[in-house]
Design a protein around this ligand. Structure first.
Ligand code: KIV
Length: 271
Protein backbone atom coordinates (compact mmCIF):
# COMPACT_ATOMS: atom_id res chain seq x y z
CA UNK A 1 0.00 0.00 0.00
CA UNK A 2 1.31 3.43 -0.92
CA UNK A 3 1.81 5.91 1.90
CA UNK A 4 1.64 8.80 -0.58
CA UNK A 5 -1.55 10.84 -0.84
CA UNK A 6 -3.08 11.38 -4.24
CA UNK A 7 -1.95 15.00 -4.63
CA UNK A 8 -0.35 16.32 -7.81
CA UNK A 9 2.85 17.94 -6.60
CA UNK A 10 4.23 21.06 -8.25
CA UNK A 11 7.63 20.50 -9.84
CA UNK A 12 9.99 22.69 -11.83
CA UNK A 13 8.44 21.11 -14.96
CA UNK A 14 4.98 22.19 -13.81
CA UNK A 15 6.24 25.78 -13.65
CA UNK A 16 7.57 25.55 -17.21
CA UNK A 17 4.25 24.17 -18.40
CA UNK A 18 2.44 27.00 -16.61
CA UNK A 19 4.56 29.57 -18.45
CA UNK A 20 3.84 27.86 -21.77
CA UNK A 21 0.10 27.82 -21.05
CA UNK A 22 0.13 31.42 -19.81
CA UNK A 23 -1.00 30.34 -16.33
CA UNK A 24 0.47 32.65 -13.67
CA UNK A 25 2.54 31.20 -10.83
CA UNK A 26 1.63 32.18 -7.24
CA UNK A 27 4.52 32.14 -4.77
CA UNK A 28 4.68 33.26 -1.12
CA UNK A 29 7.31 33.06 1.58
CA UNK A 30 7.04 30.63 4.50
CA UNK A 31 9.39 30.03 7.38
CA UNK A 32 7.52 27.73 9.76
CA UNK A 33 5.31 24.62 9.83
CA UNK A 34 1.95 26.16 10.78
CA UNK A 35 2.00 28.94 8.20
CA UNK A 36 3.36 26.66 5.46
CA UNK A 37 0.53 24.20 6.13
CA UNK A 38 -2.10 26.94 5.70
CA UNK A 39 -0.52 28.37 2.55
CA UNK A 40 -0.05 24.94 0.96
CA UNK A 41 -3.63 23.89 1.74
CA UNK A 42 -4.89 27.15 0.22
CA UNK A 43 -3.30 26.24 -3.11
CA UNK A 44 -0.05 28.20 -3.32
CA UNK A 45 2.20 26.90 -6.15
CA UNK A 46 5.63 27.72 -4.71
CA UNK A 47 6.73 28.33 -1.12
CA UNK A 48 9.94 30.29 -0.76
CA UNK A 49 11.85 29.82 2.46
CA UNK A 50 13.23 33.31 1.98
CA UNK A 51 16.22 34.76 3.74
CA UNK A 52 13.69 37.49 4.58
CA UNK A 53 13.29 35.21 7.63
CA UNK A 54 16.19 37.30 8.89
CA UNK A 55 13.84 40.34 8.96
CA UNK A 56 10.46 38.73 9.53
CA UNK A 57 11.35 35.97 11.99
CA UNK A 58 14.45 37.33 13.70
CA UNK A 59 13.88 41.11 13.53
CA UNK A 60 17.17 41.96 11.81
CA UNK A 61 17.36 45.07 9.66
CA UNK A 62 18.80 43.18 6.66
CA UNK A 63 18.94 39.63 5.30
CA UNK A 64 22.70 39.40 5.84
CA UNK A 65 22.89 37.92 9.37
CA UNK A 66 20.88 34.73 8.80
CA UNK A 67 23.05 31.60 8.71
CA UNK A 68 22.96 28.42 6.66
CA UNK A 69 21.99 26.41 9.77
CA UNK A 70 19.11 28.78 10.47
CA UNK A 71 17.87 28.60 6.86
CA UNK A 72 17.98 24.79 7.06
CA UNK A 73 15.97 24.86 10.30
CA UNK A 74 13.26 27.04 8.67
CA UNK A 75 13.28 24.88 5.53
CA UNK A 76 12.85 21.64 7.54
CA UNK A 77 9.78 23.10 9.26
CA UNK A 78 8.24 24.17 5.95
CA UNK A 79 8.96 20.90 4.17
CA UNK A 80 7.24 18.93 6.98
CA UNK A 81 4.04 20.89 6.29
CA UNK A 82 3.88 20.78 2.51
CA UNK A 83 1.93 18.30 0.41
CA UNK A 84 1.68 20.09 -2.93
CA UNK A 85 3.83 23.21 -3.32
CA UNK A 86 7.36 23.35 -4.66
CA UNK A 87 9.67 24.40 -1.79
CA UNK A 88 12.55 26.71 -2.75
CA UNK A 89 15.16 27.74 -0.18
CA UNK A 90 17.24 30.91 -0.28
CA UNK A 91 20.98 30.38 -0.02
CA UNK A 92 22.01 32.87 2.68
CA UNK A 93 24.62 35.59 2.37
CA UNK A 94 28.12 34.11 2.61
CA UNK A 95 27.10 30.58 1.61
CA UNK A 96 27.86 30.83 -2.14
CA UNK A 97 29.38 34.15 -3.23
CA UNK A 98 32.79 33.99 -4.90
CA UNK A 99 33.31 30.28 -4.34
CA UNK A 100 31.48 27.70 -6.42
CA UNK A 101 32.72 24.78 -4.31
CA UNK A 102 31.28 26.41 -1.19
CA UNK A 103 28.08 27.07 -3.15
CA UNK A 104 27.77 23.38 -4.05
CA UNK A 105 28.44 22.28 -0.45
CA UNK A 106 25.86 24.75 0.90
CA UNK A 107 23.23 23.71 -1.64
CA UNK A 108 23.83 20.01 -0.89
CA UNK A 109 23.41 20.68 2.85
CA UNK A 110 20.12 22.51 2.21
CA UNK A 111 18.73 19.71 0.04
CA UNK A 112 20.00 16.82 2.19
CA UNK A 113 19.10 18.23 5.61
CA UNK A 114 15.78 19.91 4.78
CA UNK A 115 14.21 17.83 2.01
CA UNK A 116 13.47 20.99 -0.01
CA UNK A 117 13.12 20.87 -3.79
CA UNK A 118 15.33 23.71 -5.05
CA UNK A 119 17.58 26.58 -3.99
CA UNK A 120 17.60 30.26 -4.90
CA UNK A 121 20.56 32.60 -5.06
CA UNK A 122 21.02 36.27 -5.90
CA UNK A 123 23.05 37.80 -8.71
CA UNK A 124 23.89 37.48 -12.41
CA UNK A 125 27.19 36.93 -14.19
CA UNK A 126 29.09 36.84 -10.89
CA UNK A 127 27.21 33.71 -9.67
CA UNK A 128 27.05 31.79 -12.96
CA UNK A 129 29.92 29.48 -11.99
CA UNK A 130 28.14 28.64 -8.72
CA UNK A 131 24.83 28.01 -10.51
CA UNK A 132 26.51 25.61 -12.94
CA UNK A 133 28.35 23.77 -10.17
CA UNK A 134 25.20 23.36 -8.05
CA UNK A 135 23.43 21.98 -11.11
CA UNK A 136 26.10 19.28 -11.48
CA UNK A 137 24.61 17.74 -8.31
CA UNK A 138 21.14 17.74 -9.86
CA UNK A 139 19.89 20.56 -7.66
CA UNK A 140 17.44 22.95 -9.36
CA UNK A 141 18.41 26.63 -9.04
CA UNK A 142 16.19 29.71 -9.11
CA UNK A 143 17.92 33.03 -9.91
CA UNK A 144 17.17 36.46 -8.45
CA UNK A 145 17.89 39.77 -10.24
CA UNK A 146 17.03 43.45 -9.77
CA UNK A 147 16.92 44.53 -6.15
CA UNK A 148 18.95 41.79 -4.51
CA UNK A 149 18.71 42.44 -0.76
CA UNK A 150 21.98 40.66 0.07
CA UNK A 151 23.72 43.52 -1.82
CA UNK A 152 21.93 46.28 0.06
CA UNK A 153 25.18 47.86 1.26
CA UNK A 154 26.35 48.10 -2.36
CA UNK A 155 23.05 49.71 -3.46
CA UNK A 156 22.74 51.85 -0.32
CA UNK A 157 18.93 51.98 -0.66
CA UNK A 158 15.90 49.79 -1.42
CA UNK A 159 14.71 51.96 -4.36
CA UNK A 160 13.66 50.56 -7.76
CA UNK A 161 16.63 49.09 -9.70
CA UNK A 162 17.51 49.19 -13.42
CA UNK A 163 15.71 52.42 -14.27
CA UNK A 164 18.77 53.58 -16.21
CA UNK A 165 19.69 51.96 -19.55
CA UNK A 166 23.07 50.59 -18.48
CA UNK A 167 21.67 48.68 -15.49
CA UNK A 168 18.66 47.51 -17.52
CA UNK A 169 20.96 46.16 -20.26
CA UNK A 170 23.08 44.34 -17.66
CA UNK A 171 19.94 42.84 -16.14
CA UNK A 172 18.77 41.56 -19.55
CA UNK A 173 22.22 40.09 -20.18
CA UNK A 174 22.30 38.46 -16.70
CA UNK A 175 18.81 37.00 -17.19
CA UNK A 176 19.91 35.27 -20.40
CA UNK A 177 23.10 34.03 -18.73
CA UNK A 178 21.16 32.55 -15.80
CA UNK A 179 18.81 30.82 -18.24
CA UNK A 180 21.76 29.46 -20.29
CA UNK A 181 23.43 28.28 -17.06
CA UNK A 182 20.38 26.14 -16.32
CA UNK A 183 18.27 28.11 -13.82
CA UNK A 184 14.67 26.83 -13.92
CA UNK A 185 13.12 30.22 -13.01
CA UNK A 186 14.11 33.61 -11.67
CA UNK A 187 12.80 36.27 -9.32
CA UNK A 188 12.78 39.85 -10.63
CA UNK A 189 12.59 42.26 -7.71
CA UNK A 190 11.62 45.93 -7.83
CA UNK A 191 12.37 46.80 -11.46
CA UNK A 192 10.27 48.77 -13.98
CA UNK A 193 7.26 46.86 -15.38
CA UNK A 194 8.41 47.45 -18.98
CA UNK A 195 11.76 45.79 -18.26
CA UNK A 196 10.00 42.80 -16.67
CA UNK A 197 7.87 42.48 -19.80
CA UNK A 198 10.94 42.51 -22.06
CA UNK A 199 12.88 40.02 -19.92
CA UNK A 200 9.92 37.66 -19.48
CA UNK A 201 9.29 37.63 -23.25
CA UNK A 202 12.96 36.93 -24.00
CA UNK A 203 13.15 33.87 -21.70
CA UNK A 204 11.64 30.41 -21.94
CA UNK A 205 11.96 29.93 -18.16
CA UNK A 206 9.41 31.61 -15.87
CA UNK A 207 10.02 34.95 -14.17
CA UNK A 208 8.45 35.64 -10.78
CA UNK A 209 8.08 39.30 -9.92
CA UNK A 210 7.92 41.29 -6.71
CA UNK A 211 7.35 44.97 -7.34
CA UNK A 212 8.07 44.21 -10.99
CA UNK A 213 4.64 44.63 -12.62
CA UNK A 214 2.03 42.31 -14.06
CA UNK A 215 4.00 40.86 -16.98
CA UNK A 216 6.14 38.50 -14.94
CA UNK A 217 5.09 34.87 -15.27
CA UNK A 218 4.27 34.78 -11.57
CA UNK A 219 4.18 36.90 -8.44
CA UNK A 220 5.78 36.56 -5.02
CA UNK A 221 5.11 38.45 -1.79
CA UNK A 222 6.36 38.08 1.76
CA UNK A 223 3.41 36.35 3.45
CA UNK A 224 3.67 38.38 6.66
CA UNK A 225 3.39 41.57 4.58
CA UNK A 226 0.41 40.50 2.44
CA UNK A 227 -1.42 39.10 5.48
CA UNK A 228 -0.90 42.32 7.43
CA UNK A 229 1.06 40.71 10.27
CA UNK A 230 3.74 43.29 9.45
CA UNK A 231 1.89 46.57 9.56
CA UNK A 232 4.66 49.17 9.26
CA UNK A 233 5.85 48.37 5.71
CA UNK A 234 3.95 50.14 2.91
CA UNK A 235 5.74 49.84 -0.44
CA UNK A 236 3.61 50.66 -3.49
CA UNK A 237 3.80 47.10 -4.83
CA UNK A 238 2.34 45.51 -1.70
CA UNK A 239 -1.33 44.55 -1.70
CA UNK A 240 -2.59 43.63 1.77
CA UNK A 241 -5.09 40.75 1.65
CA UNK A 242 -5.78 40.78 5.39
CA UNK A 243 -5.10 42.88 8.47
CA UNK A 244 -4.04 40.07 10.77
CA UNK A 245 -2.31 42.47 13.16
CA UNK A 246 -5.76 43.86 14.01
CA UNK A 247 -7.23 40.39 14.52
CA UNK A 248 -4.30 39.37 16.74
CA UNK A 249 -4.35 42.64 18.70
CA UNK A 250 -8.09 42.26 19.38
CA UNK A 251 -7.80 38.60 20.37
CA UNK A 252 -4.87 39.14 22.72
CA UNK A 253 -6.53 42.18 24.38
CA UNK A 254 -9.65 40.09 24.96
CA UNK A 255 -7.58 37.22 26.39
CA UNK A 256 -5.72 39.53 28.78
CA UNK A 257 -9.03 40.99 29.95
CA UNK A 258 -10.61 37.56 30.41
CA UNK A 259 -7.65 36.27 32.44
CA UNK A 260 -7.62 39.38 34.65
CA UNK A 261 -11.41 39.18 35.23
CA UNK A 262 -11.11 35.45 35.94
CA UNK A 263 -13.56 34.88 33.09
CA UNK A 264 -11.08 32.45 31.54
CA UNK A 265 -11.00 29.54 32.08
CA UNK A 266 -14.71 28.90 32.61
CA UNK A 267 -16.11 25.78 34.27
CA UNK A 268 -16.29 24.12 30.82
CA UNK A 269 -12.67 24.88 30.10
CA UNK A 270 -11.15 22.90 32.95
CA UNK A 271 -10.92 19.29 34.19
O1 KIV B 1 13.76 36.44 0.89
C1 KIV B 1 12.73 36.72 0.29
O2 KIV B 1 11.63 36.85 0.86
C2 KIV B 1 12.81 36.93 -1.16
C3 KIV B 1 11.59 37.41 -1.86
C4 KIV B 1 11.31 38.81 -1.54
C5 KIV B 1 11.65 37.18 -3.32
O3 KIV B 1 13.83 36.70 -1.74
Amino acid sequence: MSVHKNIKKITTNTLHEMKQKGEKIAMLTAYDYSMARLLDAAGIDVLLVGDSASNVMAGHETTLPITLDQMIYHAQSVVRAVERALVVVDMPFGSYQGNSRLALESAIRIMKESGAHAVKLEGGEEVVESVKRILTAGIPVMGHLGLTPQSIYKFGTYVVRAKEDAEAEKLKHDALLLQESGCFAMVLEKIPAKLTEAVSKSLHIPTIGIGAGGDADGQVLVSHDMLGINFDFHPRFLRRYAQLHEVIDQAVKQYVQDVKKQDFPSANEQY
